[in-house]
Design a protein around this ligand. Sequence first.
Ligand SMILES: Cc1cc2nc3c(=O)[nH]c(=O)nc-3n(C[C@H](O)[C@H](O)[C@H](O)COP(=O)(O)OP(=O)(O)OC[C@H]3O[C@@H](n4cnc5c(N)ncnc54)[C@H](O)[C@@H]3O)c2cc1C
Ligand code: FES
Length: 285
Amino acid sequence: MLQIKVKILYNKKIKVNYFHLVLRIPKIAKDSLPGQFFNIKVSDTCEPLLRRPLSIHRVKGTNIEFLYEVVGRATQILSQRRPGEYLDVIGPLGNGFNLTPNTYNLTPILVAGGIGVAPLLFLADKLAYSVERRAYRKNKKFKLSAKRYPLNALVLIGAKSTGQVLRKKEFKALGCEVKIATDDASEGFKGKVTELLKNILPLAISHKPLAIYACGPRPMLKEIIRISKKYNIPTQVSLEEHMACGIGACLGCVMNTKEGFKRVCKEGPVFNGDEIIWVGKEEVG
Ligand SMILES: Cc1cc2nc3c(=O)[nH]c(=O)nc-3n(C[C@H](O)[C@H](O)[C@H](O)COP(=O)(O)OP(=O)(O)OC[C@H]3O[C@@H](n4cnc5c(N)ncnc54)[C@H](O)[C@@H]3O)c2cc1C
Ligand code: FES
C-alpha cells in the first residue's frame, strides 16, 4: 500500500453519470487484486476533506482504471479533473476476492447492481487469465490467448434502464455469458437482478457447482446471500460502505460478522456471504 501522486491519463464520461478514469500507477498496478480499492483525494484543496474510495476496475500494464458514478460533491469534482493533472491516492487497500485453487472448479456467476460492475470486470479479467494459465500448464503447446479459452462465467447486470447498463461488451469479450435485468424492461429481464438470479439458479446449479461474486447496493447483496444460502452456493460480496479514513483507523465502517465486528476498509470490502450479520432494515433488492 502506498500514498502517491499519480497522473491522470484519461477521465471521460462513458454514459449518463458514469465516468472512466485511468491513472498511471506503475509501482503498484501489478500487485493489485480484484475487490481492492484506492482512496482518492479528488482535489488539491481540503474541500472535500475526506478521500473517496473507488474499486479497481481494470489493470492494464502500469495503468489502473476506475469506473465511477457522479453522485455528489467529490465525484462531481473528480469528473472535472483533466488528463495531465495529478491525484493523490492511497492503495491498493482492503482484501479482495478470495481466489483459491478450488475456485476454478466452480462456475462463476458475477452479479452486479449499477456501479457494482466496477470491481467485477477486474475479477473476470483475473479469472479468465487464470483459466488460460491452467490450460497452458496442462498443454504447453497451447498458445496463450484469451480468445481460445473463454471464461465460462455467467454475468448478471442489473440497472434502472438500458442506458445505465455498464460493460456488457467487455464481459462478452472475455467469453462470459451476459444477462441483463432492467427495472423499466428496456433491456433483458424486467425486474431486479436478484429476481433474474432466482430464475436462473435452479437450472444452472443442476449442471455444475457454482460460486457467486456480487457487488451492488446493500439490499441487493443481502437478497443474493439469502438466495445463495438456499442452494448452498459459496458467495462473496463486495460492500460499498460509507468510509472515513479508509485505512482501518477510525472504525467508521464496521460490519457485524459471525467473528465480531470487522472493518470494511481493512478486513473487507469483500466478505463471505455467510459471515455477515445484517443489522438494520434493508429494503429487498
Ligand atoms: C470499497 C468501496 C469501493 C467503491 N467503489 C466505487 C466505484 O468503483 N465506483 C463508484 O462510483 N463508487 C464506488 N464507491 C462509492 C463511492 O465511494 C461513493 O459514491 C463516493 O464516495 C461518493 O462521494 P460524493 O462526495 O460524490 O457523494 P456524497 O455527497 O458523499 O454522497 C452522495 C450520495 O451517495 C450516497 N453515498 C455516498 N457514499 C456511499 C457509499 N459508500 N455507499 C452507499 N451510498 C453512498 C450518500 O449517502 C449520498 O446520498 C465505493 C465505495 C467503497 C466503500
Ligand atoms: S473507514 Fe476508518 S476504519 Fe474503515
